[in-house]
Design a binder for this molecule. Structure first.
Ligand code: CUA
Length: 326
C-alpha cells in the first residue's frame, strides 16, 4: 500500500512539474485551456476509478477473503467490465466531441491571417495584412494577445505537424492540402512550437518560437518586418559583399538587396528573431558563425551547404552582417 501512495505522490508531483513555455498543462491560449480541462477531468475520473478498483481488491483480498458470491461476481464482471467502461468512455467521447466545434471554428473574417509552411526542417511564415504585400519571415510567429488568428498550414515536401502546446492542439501539414488552425493567445510571453510528425533526419531540430505581444507592440513589429533591410552599418558592409559573392542570395531573400532566393528562409530581419536554425541556437554573432560554418553538424541532413572552408575573418564578417539584419 505504501508503494501505491509513493506512486500517486510521484505522479502528482511530475504532473505539477509540467509547466513552462512548451506545456499543454500551462495553457496560454483558448484551445489549450479546453484541452487542459479535458485532461484534468480524465485524470480526476481515472483516480476515482483506480481508488474504486483498489478498494474492491482490498475488500476481496484482506477484509472478506475466502467469501465467494458467484451471482454477485457475475454482476460485477458484467457491470464493471462492460457496462461501466462503455458508459464512462461514451461520456468522455461526448465531452471531447462537444469541444470540437469551438476548437475548429474559424476566426472572424477580418482577423489576422498567417500562412505557415513546414519545410525540411524549418518553417516558412507569411503574414497577409489586409492592405499591402504579404510579409515573409521564418521560424518565428508573433501574435497579438486576445485576438483570434487563422493559420493556414501547408507543406511542399513531406507531412509535418504544427504544434504550439501552450496555445492549442496540433494540426498536420500535408503536401497538396491547406489545413486551417485557429488560435487565440490569452497571455503574453514566448512559447515554443515544434514539429510533431516525424519528417526526416532533423525532425527533432524543427522548432520555432511564438512571441505573444500586446496589440500595439505587435502592430509596430509587423510594420517593421514589412520594411526592407536597413543599410548595413560600416562593419557589416564586408559581410554583405561576401553574402552576395558566395551566392547566399541564390537561396535566401534579403529585401532591399539583390537577393531573391526562395529555397531557404527569408533573412530580411533575421537578426530580430529569437533564435537561429529553426529554434536550435540563440541569436548572437557566435551562433551565426557556427551555423554558417558547421551547418551539417548542427542540423544533420540540412539542405543548406556549409561554408566552413571560408577564412575565419570572412565568417566573422558574414556573422556581423546577418546579426545586423534587424
Ligand atoms: Cu517536420 Cu517533423
Amino acid at each position: 500500500r505504501s508503494t501505491s501512495l509513493v506512486l500517486i505522490f510521484a505522479s502528482v508531483w511530475l504532473v505539477l512539474g509540467c509547466g513552462g513555455p512548451q506545456s499543454t498543462l500551462d495553457p496560454a491560449g483558448r484551445g489549450a485551456e479546453q484541452i487542459a480541462e479535458l485532461f484534468w477531468w480524465l485524470v480526476a475520473v481515472s483516480i476515482l476509478i483506480w481508488l474504486l478498483v483498489v478498494g474492491l481488491a482490498v475488500y476481496a483480498g484482506w477484509i472478506r477473503p475466502g467469501v465467494h458470491h458467484y451471482r454477485k461476481a457475475n454482476l460485477l464482471i458484467i457491470g464493471g467490465g462492460a457496462v461501466f467502461p462503455t458508459l464512462a468512455l461514451a461520456v468522455y467521447l461526448s465531452y471531447g466531441l462537444a469541444l470540437m466545434p469551438g476548437l475548429l471554428a474559424p476566426a472572424p473574417e477580418d482577423s489576422l491571417k498567417i500562412t505557415v509552411s513546414g519545410e525540411q526542417w524549418w518553417w516558412r511564415v507569411r503574414y497577409h495584412p489586409p492592405s499591402g504585400e504579404p510579409i515573409e519571415l521564418a521560424n518565428e510567429i508573433r501574435l497579438p494577445v486576445g485576438e483570434p488568428v487563422d493559420l493556414f498550414l501547408a507543406s511542399p515536401d513531406v507531412i509535418h505537424s504544427f504544434w504550439i502546446p501552450s496555445l492549442t492542439g496540433k494540426m498536420d501539414m500535408v503536401p497538396g492540402r491547406v489545413n486551417r488552425l485557429t488560435l487565440e493567445a490569452t497571455k503574453t510571453g514566448v512559447y515554443h512550437g515544434v514539429c510533431a510528425e516525424y519528417c526526416g533526419t532533423a525532425h527533432a531540430l524543427m522548432k520555432f518560437h511564438v512571441v505573444v505581444m500586446e496589440p500595439e507592440a505587435f502592430a509596430a513589429w509587423l510594420e517593421h518586418q514589412a520594411r526592407p533591410a536597413s543599410r548595413p552599418k560600416k562593419m557589416a558592409a564586408r559581410g554583405q559583399e561576401l553574402f552576395l559573392i558566395h551566392g547566399c542570395s541564390a537561396c535566401h531573400t534579403v529585401r532591399g538587396l539583390p537577393a531573391n532566393g526562395r529555397v531557404g528562409p527569408d533573412l530580411t530581419h533575421v537578426g530580430s528573431r529569437v533564435s537561429l536554425g529553426a529554434g536550435i541556437l540563440p541569436n548572437d554573432p557566435t551562433a551565426f558563425l557556427r551555423w554558417v560554418a558547421h551547418t551539417e553538424e548542427l542540423k544533420p541532413g540540412v539542405h543548406m551547404p556549409e561554408f566552413g572552408m571560408l577564412p575565419k575573418e570572412d565568417l566573422q564578417a558574414l556573422a556581423i552582417f546577418l546579426e545586423g539584419l534587424e
